[in-house]
Design a protein around this ligand. Sequence first.
Ligand SMILES: Nc1ncnc2c1ncn2[C@@H]1O[C@H](COP(=O)(O)OP(=O)(O)OP(=O)(O)O)[C@@H](O)[C@H]1O
Ligand SMILES: [Mg+2]
Length: 336
Amino acid sequence: MNKQDYILSIKDLKTQFKVGKRIVKAVDGVTLDVRRGKTLGLVGESGCGKSVTAHSIMQLLPKAATIVDGEIQFRPKDKPEFNILKYKRTDKKLRSMRGKQISMIFQDPMSSLNPVYRVGDQIVENIRQHENISKKQAIKKTVDMLKMLSIPMAEERIKDYPHQFSGGMKQRVMIAMGLISDPELLIADEPTTALDVTIQAQILDLMRHMQDQLGFTIIIITHNMGIVADMADDIAVMYMGKIMEYGTKEDIFLRPSHPYTKALLKSVPVLGNGGNERLEPIRGNTPDPSEMPEGCSFMPRCDMATEACNKAAPNVDIGGGHMVRCWHSKGGAPHE
Ligand SMILES: Nc1ncnc2c1ncn2[C@@H]1O[C@H](COP(=O)(O)OP(=O)(O)OP(=O)(O)O)[C@@H](O)[C@H]1O
Ligand SMILES: [Mg+2]
């Protein structure tokens, strides 16, 4: 594939937190390509580093965090590509990128909606930060977007405060806010976790529908394999700060190759696996991220672990861009 076919290429991203005297390697060498116009599902258990990866892309990290290594190449349409990490978070280039070319829906809607301002005013304000249009035009744009997202009586609802919206409606507002600037890339961090299953399905449908209409790329972050099965074209499986396996949805569901991916698929109900298979929890616990094992981080829980796994596993292409970080994947046998 051509470089331009990827809107984002992350190489060896490392983001760490300093907690007292300990260093938490939250993201520990993430390498990942995101295809333009497609949906990438980033999955993995709680604490594996999904949100920190997203916040690193946006350069919106808490003070205790440092990006210690890596490259995040962003390729906006018809503009020169650039490495996001080359710029300070307050740089004009990043400020205009954030919320315009790349926008993000956060895990907790209330962290982005200010409870004391009317919803309409917040979206209008958002538009006018990036676009030189009149307040009247911005209000019209807001109402149109809310209508596209099937919010009834949008003209009236823009005058309401966030707490006057139900969970599902609030999430629609968040999506409206994310899409209002016509971004090229939308990062949605667990956009539906707090919602019940029916509303969740409606919201995901809406996101897909909007993507068909507007053509943006999505990175959807979730620990729900059902959601990625439904939404994603490509899937990245993350464990303890690393991408263990990356491929198309078919690669991951039909030809899973990393022992962690296999274990993950066995541990959760996934639509289509009949529902009568016995679920097997992954044995052991996720190690403390400040005490990362020397070699493969999944080794302590892996049934296939051998002596070789005491060394960091290579990232192997097992065919057509299907990447597996494991000594035991095809062609990955240790040389020494
Ligand atoms: N502000 C912080 N200070 C210290 N450590 C942090 C901070 N934020 C995240 N971490 C640590 O970084 C690691 C990755 O966290 P992250 O929030 O990215 O996980 P996640 O995959 O998004 O999990 P979840 O599915 O629960 O949202 C965890 O070990 C977490 O404890
Ligand atoms: Mg998270």
